[in-house]
Structures are given as structure tokens and as C-alpha cells.
Design a protein around this ligand. Structure first.
Ligand SMILES: Nc1ncnc2c1ncn2[C@@H]1O[C@H](COP(=O)(O)OP(=O)(O)O)[C@@H](O)[C@H]1O
Ligand SMILES: [Mg+2]
Length: 330
């Protein structure tokens, strides 16, 4: 029963493992929140919270200080694989009571799975729309704005040769301003959507990205990037965006002097790693601040949409390692 319950908890999503444990413990008879907490070896406030929630779902009733499960009978077939097998229900002599409760649980699990699936699809759509928009803006910046600035630069160069000597410093200054603006526009377009990623693939695009970061932010980037055959565009894009966010975090937060970026195929997966020797951070602290961690969350989200996952190792003063892994076929 223990094993089954634990896996139900792990897969239970919205229900959470503590709630499943509370339900399981309550099948042994009604009891107070304190008794239940002792039996489960959990903190009283968290058990109380779970009981409260189960009450609001109509799964648990309270009489005085004692809690017990509601029972409306029936339906054992649907319970697999989330719940204890029927013999265990029978063992505690309350089979239909538990079955009714579990029916409710299964219903909730299905609903939460549907909702997760809907959220997943929505999140993929949002990312796709965002990428399309970035592509469009990058193209316009590159084709229109950058071209116009480049033409202006050439004309100012010609003008510099024709004007009176006293005006040359002013024209040269203008030329410098335009050159800086052009550099800014190119960098912006590159950040939005590097054409190298579409035309040349992940490895060259990552090399260019590392170069750009190293030049702009002044930390040394050591690159160990394996030239790979072209991957699925979604895989390449996800890894590129993870690399970009990880390097941006190094620039923004790490105060690092060295960064190591590696891209390899290991067995049936592509692994991208970005490691720095900076100040590091405590993951728990970041997770507890709701407004923080959107970048880290975004990396995880992107990877999960292509079947990959993210691992972050960081400790204060010990640097940070971000590791993305995406399985590939063939
Ligand atoms: N390489 C890093 N070195 C030090 N701290 C980091 C690093 N990466 C992330 N962090 C910490 O984690 C937090 C969350 O990062 P992130 O989700 O990318 O959000 P943001 O960059 O917008 O703050 C950062 O605010 C920072 O405190
Ligand atoms: Mg960030």
C-alpha cells in the first residue's frame, strides 16, 4: 500500500503527496488533526491545511475535533493506477467508503491532468508567437533600420572628404554616433533572432553568441562546442535560448571572470552546459521570491516543451552551472 500511495502522490500533480497521505491515514478511522499529524510524522499546520482543503472539496467531514472521510460507494475499476488495490480497501473494512473517496480523487486527478495539458499547449503557443514576432522585428531592424544607418554612414564618410577642414571633426563625430547606433541595432537584432541559427545551425550561432557576450561584458568565455548535424529547429531554438538566458544571467548577476560553455552529444541526447566562477546563489531563496526566477522558469518551460530538462547547480561563492539536456532520436 505504501508504494502505491507514494507513486500516486508523485503523479498526483494538483493533489500532492501530503494530501494522498492524509487520505490514506484517514482510512484507518476518524481522528483529530493532531493525531493525524503524529501518525504521519508531519507538521500540524500543514496537515490542518490539507484537511481544510479536503473539507472544501467535500472529501472529508469534521465532527467536533474529529475528521473522517466521506463515503458514497462504488467504482473500483477506475481507480487504477492511482490508488491502493481493493484488497487493501477491504482490509480496513470500509471498501465502498474508500472507493467513493477515491472516485473523487481520480476525477480531480483527471481534471488536473487536463488542465496541465491545456496550460502546456497554451505555453507552447505563446512561445511560438513570441518567436515569430521576434523574427519579424529582427528582420525589420536588419533590413530597414540597419540598412538606412549603413547608408548614412557611407554618405557621412563621403561628406567628410568634401567639407571645409573646420567641419571635419563635427562630421567625424556624427559618423561615430551613427556607427554606435548601427552597432546597437545589430546587437538588438542578433539578440532577438540571430540569422545564423536559422541558416547555419546551433553550434555556429552559439559561438557567435559567446563571442558577443565576451566582447560586450568583458568576461572570458571558454568554448567547447562540438559541430553537430542540424537538429530539429525547435530543439536548436530551445538550446540557443537557454544559452542566451544563462549567459545573460552570468552578465547580470554572477560577477564572474570566467565562463565555460560546452555543447556535446552524449549517447542519445544533446547537452548544453554554461558554467561560471561567479558569486552563485541559493535556489531556495530565488524560488521563495515569487517575482524572481522567471528566466529560470522560462528555460525549464522551453526545454520541457521539447522533451528536455534543466539542472541548475549553484552555491554562494562557488559559481553556477546550468545544464540543459534534450534527448534526440537517431
Ligand atoms: N549565474 C548566476 N550567478 C548568480 N546568480 C544567478 C545566476 N543565475 C541566476 N541567478 C540568480 O537567480 C535569480 C533568478 O534568475 P532569473 O530567473 O533568470 O531572473 P532574472 O535574471 O530576471 O533576475 C537572479 O535574480 C539571480 O539572483
Ligand atoms: Mg535572467
Amino acid at each position: 500500500m505504501k508504494g502505491q500511495g507514494a507513486s500516486a502522490g508523485a503523479r498526483g500533480g494538483a493533489l500532492g503527496s501530503l494530501r494522498v497521505e492524509v487520505v490514506r491515514a484517514l482510512t484507518e478511522g476518524s481522528c483529530t488533526a493532531r493525531e493525524l499529524a503524529q501518525r504521519l510524522g508531519k507538521a500540524l499546520p500543514s496537515v490542518r491545511r490539507q484537511l481544510q482543503e479536503l473539507r472544501s472539496l467535500g472529501l472529508v467531514v469534521r465532527r467536533g475535533s474529529r475528521y473522517s472521510l466521506l463515503w458514497d460507494g462504488g467504482l473500483k475499476e477506475e481507480l487504477q493506477p492511482w490508488v491502493p488495490p481493493p484488497w487493501q480497501c477491504l482490509q480496513c473494512g470500509q471498501s465502498s467508503y474508500i472507493a467513493g473517496l477515491l472516485k473523487e480523487l481520480v476525477h480531480l486527478l483527471h481534471r488536473s491532468r487536463d488542465q496541465n495539458e491545456r496550460l502546456r499547449r497554451l505555453s507552447a503557443q505563446i512561445l511560438r508567437a513570441q518567436e515569430e514576432e521576434r523574427k519579424r522585428v529582427a528582420r525589420e531592424l536588419h533590413d530597414d533600420t540597419a540598412q538606412a544607418l549603413a547608408a548614412l554612414l557611407v554618405r557621412l564618410g563621403l561628406l567628410e572628404k568634401q567639407v571645409d577642414a573646420t567641419l571635419i571633426p563635427q562630421v567625424a563625430e556624427l559618423r561615430q554616433l551613427v556607427a554606435d547606433a548601427l552597432e546597437g541595432v545589430r546587437r538588438l537584432a542578433l539578440g532577438l533572432r540571430p540569422s545564423a541559427l536559422d541558416h547555419l545551425g546551433l553550434a555556429p550561432a552559439l559561438l557567435a553568441l559567446c563571442d558577443e557576450f565576451s566582447r560586450h561584458w568583458g568576461f572570458a568565455v571558454h568554448m567547447d562546442v562540438e559541430p553537430l548535424p542540424r537538429l530539429h529547429p525547435d530543439t536548436e531554438l530551445a538550446l540557443y535560448r537557454v544559452g542566451q538566458e544563462a549567459l545573460t544571467n552570468v552578465a547580470k548577476h554572477a560577477r564572474a571572470s570566467q565562463v565555460w560553455v560546452s555543447l556535446h552529444r552524449v549517447d542519445d541526447a544533446i547537452i548544453l552546459e554554461v558554467r561560471d566562477d561567479g558569486c552563485g546563489f541559493r535556489m531556495a531563496a530565488v524560488k521563495s521570491q515569487r517575482e524572481k526566477g522567471l528566466g529560470l522558469f522560462g528555460m525549464e518551460e522551453r526545454l520541457s516543451l521539447v522533451g528536455g530538462h534543466l539542472e541548475i547547480r549553484s552555491r554562494p561563492r562557488r559559481g553556477t552551472t546550468v545544464r540543459a539536456r534534450i534527448p534526440i532520436r537517431g
